[in-house]
Design a protein around this ligand. Sequence first.
Ligand code: AMP
Ligand code: MG
Length: 328
Amino acid sequence: MIILGIESTAHTFGVGIVKDGKILANAKKTYTTETGGIIPMEAAKHHRENKEEIYFEALSAAGIKEEEIDAIAFSQGPGLAPCLLQGMHFAKELSEKLKKPVVPVNHCIAHLEIGRTTGAKDPVMLYVSGANTQIIAYASGKFRVFGETLDIGIGNFIDTFARYAGIGFPGGPKIEKLALEGKNLIRIPYKVKGMDIALSGILTNLRQKLESEKYNLSDLAFSLQENVFAMITEVSERALAHTGKKELLLGGGVACNKRLQEMCRIMCKERGAKFFCPENNLLQDNGSMIAYTGELLFKNGNFVPFKNIKNLDIAPRQRTDEVEIKYR
Ligand code: AMP
Ligand code: MG
């Protein structure tokens, strides 16, 4: 069985191809800026202009013809509406052309399911991306959110700080590099509230410190990472203890960060849990995870036949724990 997956929730337009659980292609292109943040309409334009190229790149990487595709999966939500629409329109276009069904996929769940390719069977997932920060695990019929940010996502938090510092989007990799040169741990607020975290107050605090010009940027980047990554590692550990699960899986672009990986690895070792971290191309938004999860859904009969795709819509605010899971 061959499933095509389309990802377009935010900055990345990706097309992945999966055959019987094996990734054949993972093509993508990401919208970036030199100084400002992500502008949804601009990102949507980026997707519109690049979709054909990425699609054909994926087909050629997989070495298949489009007629061989059995179903088209797409990221239905959550995400930025203008970006999601580009992905859905493309999925519908292909569905009509190839006369193949469409499989709507929840983006957050796809980040978790792709972890199966690393061996994670029933993990607690620390999902840390631009807009989302959630600790998710499967429990009786749904993926439940055991902890989350109460305000902004951790990637957006880092990117906004980077924007204040004038170093462009995405800020994560730049902050990670700067942090390596940081030497002094500066005191900033540590905000864990039960199983949840809050970041906007910390962002204000960091902004004030940046504007005071009393601190160097490397020290601030270092302190940001040490502080905020400790917060999410702590909450992940509590979710492991609460659910009794023995696996931690990382997901989302922020999980590319080596220091975060190190903290989680140490925590898992200390409590006898297994640690799983997919390669960067599968941590960041990508079409393969959509195709992979699409295959699980398709095999379970969760798809829309091409004759009925008219009523299919995007779901920009879809919650992880709204989605009924029948294949687990
Ligand atoms: P995603 O939406 O899952 O593709 O993740 C995108 C987010 O990951 C952006 O906010 C990036 O700044 C962030 N990111 C990417 N690489 C890193 C890194 N090495 N350290 C921290 N954040 C990162
Ligand atoms: Mg994501």
